[in-house]
Design a protein around this ligand. Sequence first.
Ligand code: ADP
Length: 552
Amino acid sequence: MAKINGAALIAKCLKQQGVKELFGVVGIPVTGIAKAAQDEGIRYIGTRHEQAAGFAAQAVSYIRGHVGVALTVSGPGMTNATTALGNAWSNCWPMVLLGGATDLEYTHRGGFQEAPQMAIARPFCKWVGQPTRAEDVPRMIEHAFRTAWHGRPGPVYIDLPGDIIEATLDDAGLAMPAQVAPPPRMAAPPELVAKAVETLRAAKKPLLIVGKGSAWSEASTEVRRFVERTDIPVLPTPMGKGVVPDDHPNVVSAARSYVLKNADVILLAGARLNWILHFGAAPRFNPDVKVIQIDLAQEEIGTNVPATVGLTGDLKAVMTQLVGQLEESPWECDPKGEWKKGLTAEVAKRKAELKPALESNETPMGYFRPLNEIQKVMPRDAILVAEGASTMDISRSVLENYFPKKRLDAGSWGTMGAATGFALASAVVHPEHRVIALMGDASFGFSGMEIEVAARYKLPITWIVFTNGGIGGGVAKPQQNGQLPVNVYQNGCRYDKVMEAFGGKGFHCESPDQLAKALQAAFASGETALINVAIAPTAKKAPQTYTHWLTR
Ligand code: ADP
């Protein structure tokens, strides 16, 4: 009878579930799993820190519309990945984390790197499990994939004790569950679809907010069809960008504050009324706003603002229903009405306000001109990973996305340190697309060592670091109390040299011209390259109307 060990069995199950790549950090007791995965034809990418492996796995999930997997060693290795679990939980993204664990034999006896790993993972996970017999591995892995992917997506954790990984068992007769099928697309009750269209019909100032749930649902065609049929103004959330192309005439991102404040009916499509959307509350929103909410998760309907109509279902399916309903009873946003006229004027005003900053030749540079240089050369189908506070926020208003799932950023959790893992995953899954990872120097510091991974695996990612010298910028010199300001870094850091040290290309720029040349050379090199963009330590965003808690 053929024998198989636990590591090979785990790898076989991952293959069976359609896993194409595995991100991780090897060591006791999981090295055998990574090697066995390679033997199964799964591409193994070794990161420098488990957190990056976790971020990469969830980005694989999001980009592929499937379930990505990360592998860690026990104890500190596993706990290093818990921030990634938190990020997946917060973004409603699936992923499977496989954590090596102390042998069952040594558990509760002070075993090597023993830790309460299941308890640590549990608050962020839809499910956690630990096989106590190697025979249980196949059904647990199937359960993990199904749970992470079906329903509202989220992370799951499997704890893998060393003696399960090393166990030998008979291959023959092992029950191998089938690959988990994609979740069925659930439709909303037809009477509520009709009510949604009636609610829109009564609107004077309707607005469609497109969130990353629309991207996850791959509903871009249906959402665009809805927009074209209704001529409704569209506001994407940060990662909802690209579901409707940013240069579509109905996209009103430039007038974000204006539309949120004035809309009387909002169709909320795969977005939550959480902090990103100011809880749907006044003064950012019209206090009498009616919300038609589409979400996969029934319990999300009505969060923070009671929904006038709650359409529980898959976005692609529900959008198809709405378009069908509009065929029966057409409705269109009045193209000549006050709402459209006001919006057109507001968008034009906001764009004109930005123009001087976008075209400024000033040095040291602010944020806007270098972002404009990037926008000029960024291919339409590029994948943009954006992270940092001001760098990321401002990039949203300058860098356009034209396709769904082409912007990944700090997301619902505002997580710093995710960008490198996201960029690695993007380059692995989509080698045919240009991957640009834009970061502030603060965010780069959280996971900058991962650029070595890009050099090692020859992933031609273009890393762009906006260096302003600290968290919110600044200069490292002692202040009156004799100490350095709490937010600053070493002056004049040259992150491009770190890239060169790892075998990639490095560029340093202090002017728009230098940046334009560096971008051209970086793209032409076909290698991973880091462009260090020195910007003013005092560079700021445009003044905000609402400064209350968000800018606290
Ligand atoms: P954003 O950050 O873009 O505002 P959120 O992460 O806050 O987006 O919200 C996304 C919402 O989309 C979640 O409430 C999630 O339940 C929902 N969602 C995820 N997948 C689907 C889907 N296939 N169909 C409908 N809603 C979905």
